[in-house]
Design a protein around this ligand. Sequence first.
Ligand code: ZN
Length: 221
Amino acid sequence: MFYFDEINGKKVLKSTLLDGANHFFTTRGYALSDVVSGELVHPTQTHTSHIEIAQIGKSDYPDTDGMILTNKEQTLYLNFADCTPLIFYDFEKNIAAVSHAGWRGTAGLIAVKTVEKMRNEFGCENIKCAIGPAIGFCCYNVGEDVYRQLMATVKNQDGLAEIRNGDIFVNLKAINKRQLEEAGIKEIDVCPYCTVCNNELFYSYRKENGTKLRHCAVIKL
Ligand SMILES: [Zn+2]
């Protein structure tokens, strides 16, 4: 379940699934520096499904849309405006990750690739995932090519898309959830907020005509 909290008087969104982990999603109207102090690490997101591991002292992560955090010194964040934010946490290994799943990242199975990298490189066996605020099933219409690429990523396509008045609508958060379920992840919390319908709280690339402003998904070990 998702709930609002405050840091330094600013509104943030959290998941009960990750309670105990230092995580949150920012809302609009303030800077990340208003709610975080300490060393920030952040990749250059370009809608890939490439994942890196955050290194202390390294600041250049080109074409990277998923990042794994294994140290306690850095605070990891990625930026969003409609795309799906995914925060992963393994409480036993104390390893986290954040991934950026727009339609390209989702079509490239970035959620599953993040989980596989956490499993293969760090032995993570109990990964929980919070799927944050993103464009909802209510608002996300796509072309046939995108629809086909997204549906090809899951075995069970039930309920993930529908046609309304001749337009194809897809449920991007649910597709990411289904991918993760099919990869064996059992604990997943999905945020109910649509960034278009709740534009007073979150940034929306579509609603705000390609805004450059972003909210963030943030994790610190
Ligand atoms: Zn909506």
